[in-house]
Each structure stands twice: as structure tokens, then as C-alpha cells.
Design a protein around this ligand. Structure first.
Ligand code: MN
Length: 215
């Protein structure tokens, strides 16, 4: 799934979600989902396409190359590509990591992997909660793997990704206010706790195994 997202190329397109906008209720409301996907993600896609339309020599770059090799781009478009390519990847990943399916969102699916890295599932969730809660201003909380196959929970600012820290992402939480403000206002803590009900642990486990078994 992640490699497919990274391999996309210009012109980038808004893809339909795998589930209806209202299917994550009561945890995330329909209006938030609709605006987040159809307006916020669409804007990142349009902005990235617009930059590349004026710089055709980079239209062959995959989304992953635009993110990971940002330094190779002309200085004048580095910031715009970083923010918008990151915005496209992070959001496509985010919408794939949520599910209304109760079986897939059962954390028991991923528990044996958590327990290789943390003392308990409670400790793991609490760390994830704190990192997401304490991300100052806008950004993301991530579950990542390092090259020694250990899990790490980190956060990034804005639309940055863990690749710059040489970490491979397998799960993420959007903690920009636009992800929760309509329903939760300033209560990021309630949003994060409710988000724990809709994480697609079946997909997270696949992401983990794809990385572990590809080395
Ligand atoms: Mn967002």
C-alpha cells in the first residue's frame, strides 16, 4: 500500500475513499471527512500538479522521489514540493489507515508486534497519545520502524515525513486542527482517543510485514 502511494506520478489525482464519508461516525463526523478529503487533500494535489506543470523536467519523479530527494530540486520549488508532496502522501496514507470495519480495527491483530517493543499495549497507546497530543501546532504522529526493525513513535511538523530521519512509517495520525476541529474544537485529546477506535490494525500489520520481510 505504502509503496503504491510513493510510486504515483504527475498528474496526481484525488482517489475515492474505500468507505463512505459518514462511516467513521461517531468518531469522525461526515462533514470533517468530506472537507478533509474533498477540499484539503484536493488542494495539496492541485498545488503539487501546478508546481510540476511549470517544471516539466520533474514530472517523471515519483511522489516518493519528490519527498525523499527534495534537496535535488531547484531551491525555488523545494518548499512548495515538500509541503504539497508531503500533504498528498500523508493524507492518502491517513485515509487508508482508517476503517469502519470492526474486525480490522481490533488492536489484537497487531498486539504481538507491539509487545516485542513495549511492555504493554496500554504503554504503547499512552505513548502514542502523548506524542500526538504534544505535537505543537500542526503535524502528524507516526508509528515507524528503524533499520534494526524496532518500532518508534515520533511526530513531525507540518507535512514532513519520517523518511528524513531514516524511519519507515507504518501508521499515522493527523493532528492538524482541520482533522478534528469541527467536531472536537480544541479537544485534541478526545479526537486522539476516538481515533484509536478506527485504526486499521490489519493494514498496519501488513505495512509492518511488508517492510520486515523486504529487508
Ligand atoms: Mn489533514
Amino acid at each position: 500500500m505504502i509503496e503504491n502511494l510513493l510510486n504515483e506520478k504527475y498528474p496526481f489525482q484525488l482517489k475515492k475513499l474505500d468507505y463512505p464519508y459518514n462511516s467513521l461516525e461517531p468518531y469522525i463526523d461526515e462533514e470533517t471527512m468530506c472537507i478533509h478529503h474533498n477540499k484539503h487533500l484536493a488542494t495539496y494535489i492541485n498545488n503539487l500538479n501546478s508546481i510540476l506543470s511549470k517544471n516539466p523536467e520533474f514530472q517523471n519523479f515519483t511522489l516518493g522521489e519528490l519527498i525523499k530527494n527534495n534537496i535535488l530540486l531547484p531551491a525555488s520549488i523545494q518548499e512548495g514540493v515538500k509541503n504539497n508532496a508531503g500533504g498528498v502522501f500523508n493524507h492518502n496514507f491517513y485515509f487508508k489507515i482508517m476503517t469502519p470495519n470492526k474486525e480490522k480495527s481490533n488492536i489484537a491483530i497487531f498486539e504481538h508486534i507491539i509487545l516485542k517493543n513495549f511492555n504493554s499495549t496500554e504503554e504503547f497507546l499512552n505513548t502514542l497519545f502523548q506524542v500526538a497530543l504534544n505535537r505543537f501546532a500542526s503535524g502528524w504522529a507516526w508509528l515507524t520502524i528503524d533499520t534494526n526493525k524496532n518500532l518508534h513513535i515520533i511526530s513531525t511538523a507540518n507535512q514532513d515525513t519520517p523518511y528524513s530521519a531514516n524511519l519507515y512509517p507504518i501508521m499515522l495520525i493527523d493532528v492538524w486542527e482541520h482533522a478534528y476541529y469541527l467536531k472536537y474544537q480544541n479537544r485534541r485529546n478526545d479526537y486522539i482517543n476516538n481515533f484509536f477506535n478506527i485504526i486499521n490494525w490489519s493494514q498496519v500489520k501488513k505495512n509492518y510485514e511488508n517492510y520486515i520481510f523486504s529487508c
